[in-house]
Design a protein around this ligand. Structure first.
Ligand code: NAP
Length: 332
């Protein structure tokens, strides 16, 4: 038998484990041209929350009573596919299932000797590439400038800040605990960091850390933090709208200050993006990130939760800030 996690109901507010259901299925068997896969690592990501809403977006919503899916590293247990053999590790968008059969069409073979398998879901995967392309292509950072990054201790944010340091910027992070603030400064070399849970006036806190103002703001959380950053943005500043996790569980359409006049007066460029916009250039990103990793200029941080049954809770814990770096579930 093999377990599958399906979406039982669409979450209202912060997701709950009761929004998901575990079902038991017979172990599937591969046909010709297929592989039988055993899930090893599951990536849980904030954007999956958007797919749980029945709304039009850049990606289809999950269907009720159907499996949830995310980026997964899996081992080939049995192969009837010419390109893959038993023992290969593959990665792709796969269902939250212990065992599954797949045609391999959209799966990529991984080399476990180059980097730990989990890195393909983090620093050399979607979140590392999001940090790399968002910062470089939209932020266009220049040596000596000041970079502010929110969600700074997470998978994307921790890489953004480190790239900022590699590029010679002053880097300020925003995160949710003192432990994370210490990690940003001591492990990742950020110049300073702010615990947003201890600050009543975020705009003033940013000003204290960056009296010279912010040239590049890499936004992972949106909402009030974005509003506060905009009060400190410099002329010709760049704002990268990568994510808005503080709004993902809102049940009403949030309102906030109008930004038009700040954008005009300060000649600020503000741009959202989806990492797949840069798909054609992913190889460049992977090569550069790998090189920085090998040179010891980039550090990867992961929070690895163990056990297939923990997948829903690990996903929910992204919204409780339980992770440092990339949140992953190790299934075996
Ligand atoms: P992550 O930062 O590793 O994990 C989420 C973190 O968000 C938590 O650890 C928590 O840290 C913080 N958080 C949770 N609720 C919050 C709230 N209400 N206010 C402020 N912070 C909150 O996740 P990630 O995968 O790196 O993603 C970061 C952001 O980038 C997300 O918004 C995600 O949707 C976005 N993203 C966008 C793309 C793209 O293509 N545009 C791709 C990947 C990710 P604290 O302890 O600091 O609160």
């Amino acid at each position: 038998m093999s377990k599958t996690i399906v979406l039982k109901q669409r979450p209202k507010g912060i997701p709950k484990t009761s929004d998901f259901e575990f079902i038991e299925e017979e172990q599937p068997l591969p046909n010709d041209g297929e592989v039988l896969l055993k899930t090893k690592y599951v990536s849980v990501d904030p954007y999956l929350r958007g797919r749980m809403r029945d709304e039009k977006s850049y990606i289809e919503p999950f269907q009720l009573e159907k499996p949830v899916a995310s980026a997964i590293v899996a081992e080939v247990m049995e192969s009837k596919h010419d390109d893959f053999k038993k023992g290969d590790f593959l990665m792709g968008m796969l269902d939250w299932k212990e065992l599954q059969v797949n045609s391999g069409k959209e799966l990529r073979k991984l080399d476990p000797r180059l980097v730990p398998l989990s890195a393909y879901l983090g620093i050399l995967g979607m979140t590392g590439l999001t940090a790399y392309f968002g910062l470089n292509r939209i932020g266009a950072p220049k040596k000596g400038e000041t970079l502010l990054v929110s969600g700074a201790a997470g998978a994307v944010g921790s890489v953004v800040g480190q790239i900022g340091k590699i590029k010679g910027l002053k880097v300020i992070g925003i995160a949710g605990t003192d432990e994370k603030v210490a990690m940003l400064k001591d492990e990742f070399g950020f110049d300073s960091a702010i615990n947003y849970n201890k600050v009543t006036d975020m705009a003033s806190a940013i000003k204290e850390h960056a009296p010279e103002g912010i040239d590049v703001y890499y936004d992972n959380v949106g909402g009030n933090t974005l509003d506060a950053a905009m009060k400190n943005i410099n002329r010709f500043g760049r704002v990268i709208n990568c994510g808005a996790i503080s709004l993902y569980n809102e049940t009403e359409q949030p309102t906030g200050p109008r930004l038009e006049t700040t954008l005009i007066k300060q000649s600020v460029k503000m741009q959202g993006f989806i990492v797949s916009n840069y798909e054609e250039d992913f190889l460049e990103g992977i090569q550069q990130l790998s090189q920085w990793l090998l040179e010891g200029k980039l550090k990867q941080e992961e929070t690895v939760v163990e056990g297939f049954d923990q997948i829903p809770q690990a996903f929910i814990d992204l919204f409780n800030g339980k992770n440092k770096g990339k949140m992953l579930v190790k299934v075996y």
